[in-house]
Design a protein around this ligand. Structure first.
Ligand code: NAG
Ligand code: NAG
Ligand code: NAG
Ligand code: NAG
Length: 444
């Protein structure tokens, strides 16, 4: 018996010694890419993980579903429950899509008549005030069972429930907002068992986001319930610069719409903030439109590839109760999801462009295990050959690389040197993992 205890303790001791060694050896890779294969300045991570909310969430980008892109205001508890069922039956939940997020329109147009000791008063003009008190109320027509019952249903499936409010007087669809009601609303959400809050930016009275978003962070924290905090101030005040200590993700742009023009514009805007993303806090270029019908199969595949590479939240925005085979194939590509959920958590970015209007593009980023993700994205109007040169990837030109195609699910070559090219159809995106064959100092 005593012998066993000694050997178990020794085992534990040696295991902790191993993990200590691993931790120490991983640090340089996280901080400044002191890896001989990579040029350190290419994937600037100088801001990586510097600001963190530290509520234990968002170690990798959040995954799930949100009601807005497909349903807009036409939601009810049946739809939310059926969506949860569909996330399970399609296998999407098993792939990590666990947040079921209700967007705007779940509440009544006014708060209830609960009298509060200190009603909130907003001065609207010289002679008009808005006095707000009472609690938020789920719409009795569309959510007759209430949000608590819905949360119980969702949790019973092993999923998590998200809700929506606004850092203003009203939400964008003119339901009551949470500005100056942060504590009451956060407590109500926590009492219902809410796991995620998307916090919008309408009717904000012109008060700066830096003033309006932190009180909700404080209020959520004070509930003692762990709640994912998703800031949605539309990139107005460059939230990457300040929101890391406030939320788990922050929108960097206006709303996406289901078009190629919107998707590409937003990808470029979000790219600018790559250095600021990291475990605990992510840039959010808005929810996925894959499956909503406004783009082609190739365009949706590009949308999903680039969102995954950019470490964007993967929040499916279509009707998952009625997925086409093509849509399911795209959003359930495990190899692409693994890029998004990679433990290194460095946002990939646009690294080289060529052609008319820079339409032939290479996007790339470092992954754990000394690997790179490389996307060849053809934004031109006809088929082109897109080429990734090693110097554009931060690789030494003599480095030999193994290449795996994440859409064909095939190893392409075990020994590529200096450059890699592929023919890519108009608006399509090929995605690869590059594994350098040369063993480097920090390879584990
Ligand atoms: C929700 O909407 C669907 C489709 O519009 C409808 O069939 C269903 O009865 C509604 N359920 C509730 C609770 O409103
Ligand atoms: C509250 O904030 C503290 C400090 O960042 C953190 O350690 C704790 O986990 C947070 N609690 C919740 C419930 O978010
Ligand atoms: C979608 O977004 C694009 C690009 O931002 C914009 O030009 C277009 O007007 C938007 N379409 C709609 C219907 O809002
Ligand atoms: C399912 O989606 C197809 C298009 O992919 C559409 O034509 C059909 O109306 C949808 N069915 C339901 C019940 O929403």
């Amino acid at each position: 018996m005593a012998d066993n205890i000694v050997s178990i303790s020794l085992l534990i001791l040696s295991l902790s010694a191993i993990s200590l060694t691993i931790a120490i050896r991983v640090v340089p890779l996280f901080e400044n890419y002191e890896n001989p294969s990579f040029k350190s300045n290419l994937f600037d991570t100088s801001k990586y993980g510097r600001l963190q909310l530290n509520n234990g969430l968002a170690r990798t980008p959040q995954m799930g579903w949100n009601s807005w892109n497909f349903f807009a205001c036409n939601i009810n508890e049946t739809i939310i429950k059926e969506t949860a069922d569909a996330l399970i039956s399609t296998g999407l939940a098993d792939l990590g899509y666990v947040y079921v997020n209700i967007d705007d329109c779940w509440s009544t147009l006014t708060r209830n008549s609960k009298v509060q000791s200190r009603p909130v008063t907003f001065r609207l003009s010289k002679f008009s005030w808005l006095v707000v008190q009472g609690d938020l109320v789920p719409d009795p027509e569309t959510f007759p069972s209430g949000i608590k019952a819905l949360a119980d249903y969702i949790h019973g499936k092993g999923l998590k429930l998200g809700i929506y409010s606004d850092a203003g007087v009203f939400t964008c669809q003119v339901r009551p907002g949470s500005l100056d009601h942060e504590n009451d609303d956060a407590e109500l959400f926590a009492s219902w068992g809410i796991d995620y809050l998307k916090y919008d930016n309408c009717f904000n009275l012109g008060i700066k986001p830096e003033k309006r978003y932190p009180p909700m962070r404080k209020a959520l924290n004070a509930t003692g319930r762990t709640i994912f905090y998703s800031l949605c101030e539309w990139g107005v005040d460059d939230p990457a610069l300040w929101a890391g200590v406030v939320g788990n993700s922050w929108r960097t742009t206006d709303d996406i719409n289901d078009s190629w023009a919107s998707m590409t514009t937003i990808a470029d805007l979000n790219d600018k903030w790559a250095a600021y993303a990291g475990p605990g806090g992510w840039n959010d270029p808005d929810m996925l439109e894959v499956g909503n019908g406004g783009m082609t199969y190739q365009e949706y595949r590009a949308h999903f590839s680039i969102w995954a590479l950019m470490k964007a939240p993967l929040l499916v925005g279509c009707d998952v109760r009625n997925l086409t085979t093509e849509t399911l194939e795209i959003v359930s590509n495990e190899e692409v999801i693994a890029v998004n959920q990679d433990s290194l958590g460095v946002q990939g970015r646009k690294v080289s462009v060529a052609g008319t209007d820079e339409c032939s593009q290479v996007w790339a980023g470092p992954l754990s295990g000394n690997r790179l993700v490389v996307a060849l994205w053809n934004r031109c109007s006809k088929t082109v050959t897109v080429t990734a040169k090693w110097e554009a990837l931060g690789l030494d030109p003599t480095t030999s690389v193994s290449v795996r195609d994440l859409w064909k699910h095939k190893d392409v070559s075990g020994d590529v040197v200096a450059l890699f090219s592929a023919q890519v159809e108009s608006h399509d995106c090929m995605m690869y993992i590059f594994t350098p064959n040369t063993v480097s100092r920090y390879a584990i």
